[in-house]
Each structure stands twice: as C-alpha cells, then as structure tokens.
Design a protein around this ligand. Sequence first.
Ligand code: R5P
Length: 281
Amino acid sequence: MIVSASVSQSLASALAAALDEPLAATEYERFPDGELQVSVPGFDAERAIVVCATPTSDAHIEALQLQDAVREAGAREVTTVVPYLGYARQDRAFAAGQPVSVRAVARALSTGTDRVITVNPHEKSVSEFFDVPCSTVDTAGRLADPLPDLDDPVFIAPDAGAIDLADTVRDAYGTGETDHFEKTRHSASDVELRPHEADVTGRDVVLVDDIIATGATMAGAVSHLSDDAARVFATCVHPVLAGTARIRLARAGVEAVYGTDTIERAESAVSVAPAIAAALD
Ligand code: R5P
C-alpha cells in the first residue's frame, strides 16, 4: 500500500498507478501548539511504501510519523521513498561545532524503515549515512523531456559538480554542446561565477543543476551569459524554488524553469514515478 505525506501527494498517486497498488487514505492535523499529526486510519497491508519528500522540517516529522503509523497498523515491511532529501547539502561539518545534518536526518529516518529510496541526492555518498539500505535513483535523463525545440543549444552547468548532469541532459536531448561555470559561494544568496568558454551568441542555453533553491546560482549564471544568448532555460531535478526564486529567475531573463515532482511545484514537468517504480520492483 502506498502512503503519501502531504507534500508528495501527486507523486504518490502516480506511483500507486504505476505499481497498481492501493493508495492509503491519510489525515493531517495540526494542533494548537503547532505539533503535527498524520494518520492512516484505513491502512491494512503487509507492505507499506511511504512517500515523503523532506523539503521542510515539518515534512521530516511527517515522514517519521508515517513510518511509525504504518508499523503500528501492522506493516511488516516498510520502504521509505524520499524523493527530495532535505538537508542533503549539509553533508559535512564545514566549521568546528557544526553538525553533519544529513547524517542526523538519515539516522532518524532509518529507525522506522527497512530501506530507503531517494532521487539524485546532492552527493550520492549521503546514502552511506543511512543505517538501512539506501538506493538512489537517477532521473537526470528525463530532464530533457519538457524542453522545447532548441536552436544550436548549449547545456551549461553552473558549477563543476553539475557537469555530469549537463552531459546527461545533452545526451538525452540528442544534440548540443556542454560547458560549465566555476562558482564561488560567498553566502547563502551571494554567488560569484567565472565566465564559461562556450560562445553562446545566437544560441539557446539550457542551465542544468540538481537543485534550484534561492535561484542565486542560476541567476548568477544568466548574468554571465551576456545578452548574446537567444533564449535561456533552467532545468533541475529538485525545484525547491524558495522565497522569491521565481522572480529572481524571471528578472534574470530565464524563459522557463523545469523540474521534476520530487518537490511538487508548478514547474514539476517530469514525474520520477516511473523511475521509482522500477527501483521498487
Ligand atoms: C550546490 O552546489 C547545488 O548544486 C546548487 O547549485 C545550489 O544548491 C543551488 O542553490 P541556489 O538556488 O540557492 O543558488
């Protein structure tokens, strides 16, 4: 039985359809003190697949509650699908006294499940922080699906870490050049990029990254493309799109933003349900 957190309803429904498994009814309640309670009143199955992206702290709590609720209701086997793993970018202590936040989160999620499946985590090595088997699904190849017809395209990664992603999207699209920027992050919202080498004059540009959060990285990249590029598109696996990210990207000149449904947004043009269904088989 598929069990959906409030933040992953569309993906969980698509997964239920792909697997031909029932979708459990869920009830969400927030108490006056702010505490959450999610319940699965009709859950009745041996196997539970809990689907819960964790873009917020509340979503982390919901994931833990759903795991506990299905065990309480008699599930013998629990798989937790975390399509977007929040805190994954805090994968080391960058200064003395800092936590390895994703390790803490992974340990907590491990207590209520037999295995975890996640999608394109920021670093694949985060799977090692789980105390249960954790597999990662790569959906980068699907990011080319919603792109329009492009004119002599250049697929550009905003930093070296996304080069493979840009190559994968270019390969999936079928034609085009790839390039990348060199990025220096001064603060959460202040990012400096060294100009890339490809000549974008008159060409369509597709910026490719794993996550768009504040949009600072993408907007910074666009500002280094000069006005010579024909059109600029942005695509990512995880469309966090926090705060004023959309405005930032639109003002920078990005014509359209595409993402997947690891986080459910208006920009979620690609479903990762088929890839997750394949991983569950
Ligand atoms: C960082 O290395 C990631 O790949 C993304 O570039 C980053 O998380 C995007 O964040 P933002 O949109 O806030 O610049």
